[in-house]
Structure formats: structure tokens, C-alpha cells
Design a protein around this ligand. Structure first.
Ligand code: CO8
Length: 378
């Protein structure tokens, strides 16, 4: 854990690029159920003989009740609802063209730079932190760096659900150490290409988004809207309960490179039960290390995977009587956007905060991983 001494480090701007396309629960369930019914009809004899398991139908009511998700934004709708495809369709781009992730990263980055009053010349480090990068190299961060005309260095990092907070931790550390003076941290969460839309348990969970944050030393900050970072804290504990086996080894193992285990899959109930108490304890310990009581926090910008999970975390921290504005949710509209959810919540739900108000950004999920930042509005 790192705590403030000097220099003072601030978040001075944020940006969210929201895709123009929406897929509702009703649409997803309709296409999944058509796919499942066709599958069951085609395999009727094998299902009757117990050789194949019948595909049970999905339900809008189940999705809303268990997750809080009503719709999600997607980079493209094409292919997702097509029962002959059941995955999005992206035209492959040439090496000379901007990659999809760099494109959405740049769109979010420009917003964050405008909010912070920064030009490319002010920034010297670009961190791309996400659940996936669409290629291993050259880094998406370096492509974004080139597109924006930034001197300095950039790198990509993957920490699944906690990539965004862990990326902000690296930004904070490099600013404290002096290895950079202004960091652009970007989360181009293009996750729908890894969703198994044929899997009833997870077909409804994810949406796409791009988020970005500018972090700098307070002496260079000109933004009227700034948050001092009081402290950062990270925790990881290995678990196979959320996993994707997609990777370069498939070429050598002769495994099916796009088999179901290569897509997102999880044991959602176990994740729910195991991660919620760990996240609550992590936040409580982090605040205690700063002598702050959970009740003194004006806003918790939590990871956005599941509304019941967030309610459970907050109940463990604050008890029953909690105002809705204390834990904003964006799940209804955005779904789970991998690591970007807490940053979307931070970006959209902060205007009413007053000077000296305390807020916590916290992510939790695959790894397992938990990452938090305690902020004070300046
Ligand atoms: N419709 C109807 N019924 C369903 C459906 C459906 N769509 N799906 C499952 N059911 C059934 C189940 O089969 C089960 O039936 P049965 O009792 O007969 O076995 C029953 O409903 C209950 O199932 P669950 O116990 O699984 O239901 P839960 O109440 O646990 O809810 C959730 C399921 C919503 C998945 C819930 O467990 C959850 O959200 N858990 C938290 C998971 C979490 O936070 N995961 C982190 C996500 S990972 C992340 O944030 C980033 C990872 C990297 C990005 C990846 C991008 C692709």
C-alpha cells in the first residue's frame, strides 16, 4: 500500500466513450432461446437418450433480478443476435489502420484530456489497462500514444476486472517516483468478442466501452475538478472461478483455439460468495489505514458486475441504511464492462460532491483481484 506524503497526486480529468449501439435483455433472450430451441430440436434423440444435455431457456426476469442488467452498449450489433453466428462480426483491419481498441481508447482519451485541460505535449506516459488486448504487440498503448502525438512511453497491462484500478495504481507510482509527470490511463474494454453468446449463464453479462483518466502531480494541475489520491491498495488471490484460456499456446497445443473454455466462463455463484466479503474487508482495511470510517465516505464507485454483489459489499461495510447516491450503479444501461465499470460510475456520478468529500474507487473480480483508490475532492 502507498500513502500520501509529498508529492500530491491528482486525478484531473476522465472520459467515457459509449458505443452508439444497444442490445436489450429482451433481444438477447429472444435470440438465445431461438438458438437453444433449434439446438434441442436438432438433438432430440440424443437428449432423450441422455447423451446430450438439453439447453434450458434464458429469461429476462432472471437476468434483471440476479444481475441488475437491463441492456448493454456494444461496439457492433452485427452477428450478436444472429442465431447462425452468436458472436459479433468485425471486419479485420489492416496493419496500417487504427486498431479497434486504439480507436475507442483515443475517443475516451480525448475527452479526459479536454476535461483535464491537457494537450499531448503535457503527457509523457500512456497506460492501457484492460481485460483483453486484441494483439500482444505492438502495444495498444503505443498505438494510442502515436495517434495522439504523445512523447514518452506507453505499455499495456491485463488484470481482468481490476485492470483499470491497477492501471491507476501504476500511474500513481510513476508520478510519485518522478518517472512520469502526467499519465493518460486508458481502458478500451472491447469485451463482446470474448462473450459466449451460446452460454445461458453468461450471455447477458457484458458490454463494450472505452474509459480514460488523466493523473498528474498537483503542481501541474489546472483543472477545476480534481481529486487528490490519498492512497492506493491492491490484493490478488489465485482462483479458477473466472477464467479464459484464450491465448497463443493454442497454436502449439493443437487445442481448438475457439473452444468454449477459450471464452469467458465463470462459476458465478462462487465468485459472488467468495469475492464480496474479500472486497468489503479490503475497502474497510484500506479506509482504516487512513483513519477514515466507511460512514465518512460520500461515494463508493464500485466495480459494476452485479447489483446484488455491490449491495452485499455495501451492507457489510455500512449496514442496511444506505442512500442510493452513495453507491451509484450503471449496470442497467452498461452491463458489466470488465474493468471499466467503476471508472464509468466515477465519471458519471461525481458532480454533486463538495470540497473535502471522500470517495472510493474499487474493482473486484477475476484473478481474484481487488484494487482501490481513496480520493479526496479538492
Ligand atoms: N436465465 C434463466 N436461468 C438462468 C440463466 C438465465 N440466463 N442463467 C442461469 N440460470 C439458472 C442457472 O442454471 C441455475 O439453475 P439451477 O439452480 O437449476 O442450477 C439458476 O438459474 C441459478 O443460477 P446461479 O446460482 O448461477 O444464479 P446467481 O443468482 O448466482 O446469478 C450471476 C448468476 C448473475 C452470474 C451471478 O452469480 C453473478 O453475477 N455473480 C458475480 C459474478 C461476477 O462478478 N463475475 C465477475 C465477472 S468477470 C469481470 O467482471 C471481468 C472479467 C473479464 C471480462 C470478460 C469479458 C468477456
Amino acid at each position: 500500500m502507498t500513502t500520501t506524503s509529498s508529492p500530491k497526486i491528482v486525478i484531473s480529468g476522465s472520459g467515457v466513450w459509449t458505443p452508439p449501439n444497444v442490445v436489450t435483455n429482451e433481444e438477447l433472450v429472444e435470440s438465445y432461446n431461438a438458438y437453444a430451441e433449434r439446438f434441442n430440436a436438432a438433438h432430440e434423440a440424443d437428449i432423450a437418450a441422455g447423451k446430450i444435455e438439453e439447453k434450458h431457456l434464458s429469461s429476462v426476469r432472471f437476468i434483471e433480478k440476479t444481475s441488475g442488467i437491463k441492456a448493454r452498449y456494444v461496439y457492433t450489433r452485427e452477428g450478436i443476435l444472429d442465431i447462425d453466428r452468436m458472436r459479433p462480426k468485425f471486419p479485420e483491419r489492416k496493419d496500417e489502420e487504427l486498431s479497434n481498441q486504439a480507436e475507442i481508447g483515443v475517443l475516451a482519451a480525448r475527452q479526459a484530456m479536454a476535461a483535464a485541460g491537457k494537450t499531448a505535449a503535457d503527457i509523457d506516459c500512456v497506460i492501457v489497462a484492460a481485460a483483453y488486448t486484441q494483439r500482444p504487440y505492438p502495444a495498444i498503448a503505443i498505438e494510442i500514444q502515436k495517434e495522439l502525438g504523445i512523447d514518452g512511453f506507453g505499455f499495456d497491462m491485463l488484470v481482468a476486472c481490476s485492470a483499470a484500478t491497477f492501471g491507476l495504481h501504476r500511474a500513481y507510482d510513476s508520478l510519485v517516483s518522478g518517472s512520469s509527470k502526467c499519465v493518460l490511463a486508458v481502458n478500451p474494454e472491447l469485451v463482446t468478442p470474448q462473450v459466449n453468446f451460446c452460454d445461458r449463464d453468461s450471455h447477458f453479462i457484458f458490454g463494450d466501452v472505452g474509459t480514460a483518466v488523466i493523473m498528474e502531480r498537483s503542481e501541474t494541475c489546472t483543472s477545476p475538478n480534481r481529486y487528490e489520491i490519498l492512497s492506493t491498495k491492491a490484493l490478488t488471490r489465485f482462483s479458477n472461478n473466472i477464467r479464459s484460456n484464450f491465448g497463443h499456446m493454442a497454436y502449439a497445443t493443437d487445442a481448438e483455439p475457439f473452444g468454449w473454455d477459450k471464452l469467458f466462463h465463470q462459476s458465478g455463484r462462487n465468485v459472488f460468495e467468495e469475492v464480496s466479503p474479500v472486497a468489503a474487508k479490503h475497502i474497510r482495511d484500506h479506509l482504516a489505514s487512513l483513519d477514515i470510517k466507511p460512514r465518512d465516505v460520500s461515494r463508493f464507485w464500485l466495480h459494476q458486475a452485479n447489483i446484488n454483489m455491490n449491495n452485499m459489499v455495501i451492507k457489510q461495510l455500512l449496514g442496511e441504511d444506505v442512500k442510493a447516491e452513495t453507491i451509484p450503479t450503471i449496470l442497467e444501461r452498461y452491463g458489466n464492462t470488465a474493468s471499466a465499470g467503476s471508472i464509468i460510475a466515477f465519471h458519471l456520478y461525481q458532480d454533486d460532491l463538495k470540497k473535502s468529500d471522500i470517495g472510493v474507487i474499487c474493482s473486484f473480480g477475476a484473478g481474484y483481484s481487488v484494487g482501490s483508490l481513496v480520493l479526496r475532492k479538492l
